[in-house]
Design a protein around this ligand. Sequence first.
Ligand SMILES: [Cu+2]
Length: 175
Amino acid sequence: MKFWIACLILVTPLISSAHARLKMSAGIAPRTSDAGLKVGPCGNKPKQANPPTLNAGDKITVTWEETINHPGRFEFRFSTDGDVTWSTPVTIPDTQDGGGLPHQYSTELTLPSMTCTNCTLQMIQVMTDNPNNPSNYYSCADFQLVQSNAPTPTPPPAVTPTPSPGGSEDCSMAH
Ligand SMILES: [Cu+2]
């Protein structure tokens, strides 16, 4: 009995410090599995070196989990300049309140339509238990973007075709 009480005392603070975190999404790994980061924009976690490369403007499925239940919402933003400026958030309501934890979520997001070597996906859990003083948890993942629809290289100058005598084409080599 004393053993179990000791366990509860040890484990409870760890669990109650965790709230929400990004999961691996479209090959992008979160900076940390820590779900208890209270400092924005990314919990003081440094950017990852050589993050994966995705195509600018693509739609990706982002997955995350809520490890401690709170009313509120999840906000997603992108930075294309190394966590300095952020896009207008896409907001997903917290729709799961009962059942077992963690609550699993996913949504489709459109990547920024520009190239970058230091892009960030940020997820903010906005908890509205006290609507006048919401409190946040942060989770970030790093990636790079290249243009998938880059313009094709300028073709070499066209060579004016020589009309074949008689106007008929020899198609014997065309197969
Ligand atoms: Cu909490």
